[in-house]
Design a protein. Structure first.
Length: 330
């Protein structure tokens, strides 16, 4: 069996602890590094709090059936916390370092610069920020070709998706290394350009603001809106991606619906981007034409539809909403 990379986390807060659980669960040794110089008793409290939360998380996962109770202690034993003045060994021996300090550019640059002077030449350094672009931080790194953003969604130990955002100086082979590492612990990495909000935060900010706006406008109660999201919006997008769903129904539907909503609600926030009208005028409607945002040429469309519908039926059963038909047989 290939040796698993040692993991270092700059910071022992929520993100560092979540990443530690994810990697320790998958067999890696993880060291969380305190970035502040503290008195010995203050560090002892931080260490106890961090390891206590890691323990609590593993116990919770055991109760949820993801691991046996007997596995909790061996998994926790893979995680340690060290003070700032002992960071050298953890950083020099790490295959990858995840920075998870507060979202302050100057602080991140300071911490990353110091870490880059202590790591080995082949170590990857990754910032977990979702708001600061990789190229705004890479200038502080001694070896920026091995630096990129790796944004985890909370809780990091459960959510499969991880957004990987390389910068202008990032070596493409580093992106491949990080993707392979994440896939090796059961994550689903997606690569995106260095742009504000990446993918998920950018989309969810629009959706969350619109939901809040509907409460403000009296469209529906918070409870009703959340019910609509769980059993309608979220239900479909647990099976179909957003762009896949456009293709499923047809890009022309979105085109006309967007024009109507823009006029009816008097807001250009519903205006469709040019790619929607361009696809429609080029005949890239989606499944009906064999291409849309995705390419369906050569695909067994009936089998594809059946697979997606089966996934929806499985979700119905998960929510205990699948019912037998009412028949005359009694």
């Amino acid at each position: 069996m290939a040796r698993r990379a040692n993991i270092a986390c700059l910071g022992a807060g929520r993100m560092g602890r979540g990443i530690a659980v994810a990697f320790a669960y998958a067999g890696h040794t993880v060291t969380m590094i305190d970035i502040k110089a503290r008195a010995e008793e203050d560090f002892a409290r931080l260490e106890a709090d961090a390891l206590g939360e890691v323990r609590k998380t593993f116990v919770s996962l055991s109760k949820l059936g993801l691991l046996a109770e007997a596995d909790v202690d061996p998994l926790i034993a893979r995680v340690s916390v060290v003070p700032a003045n002992q960071s050298g060994a953890a950083l020099s021996g790490a295959g990858i370092v995840f920075e998870g300090v507060p979202e302050i550019v100057e602080l991140k640059r300071e911490v990353l610069a110091a870490a880059s002077r202590q790591v080995g030449p082949n170590t990857v350094i990754a910032s977990t920020t979702s708001t600061i672009l990789v190229d705004d931080l890479s200038g502080a790194i001694l070896n920026p070709c091995r630096f990129l953003n790796v944004h985890w969604l909370n809780p990091a130990y459960l959510i499969p998706l991880v957004e990987v955002s390389p910068g202008k100086a990032t070596d493409p082979t580093v992106v491949d290394e990080v993707k392979a590492l994440l896939e090796g612990i059961g994550k689903v990495p997606v690569v995106c350009a260095a742009t504000p909000g990446f993918i998920v935060p950018r989309i969810q900010a629009l959706a969350m603001n619109e939901a809040a706006r509907m409460v403000e406008e009296g469209v529906a109660s918070a409870e009703e809106i959340d019910k609509a999201i769980r059993y309608g919006f979220g239900f479909r997008y647990a099976v179909l991606g957003l762009l896949e769903f456009i293709d499923w129904g047809g890009g022309d539907i979105l085109y006309y619906a967007s024009r109507y909503l823009e006029r009816a609600l008097g807001s250009d926030r519903y205006r469709a981007p040019d790619v929607i009208s361009r696809n429609m005028h080029e005949g890239r409607i989606g499944l009906r034409t064999g291409a849309g945002f995705l390419d369906y040429s050569g695909m067994d469309v009936d089998a594809y539809r059946a697979k997606r519908l089966q996934a929806m039926v499985d979700l119905l059963r998960h929510f205990d909403l699948a019912r037998p038909p009412v028949t005359d047989r009694g």
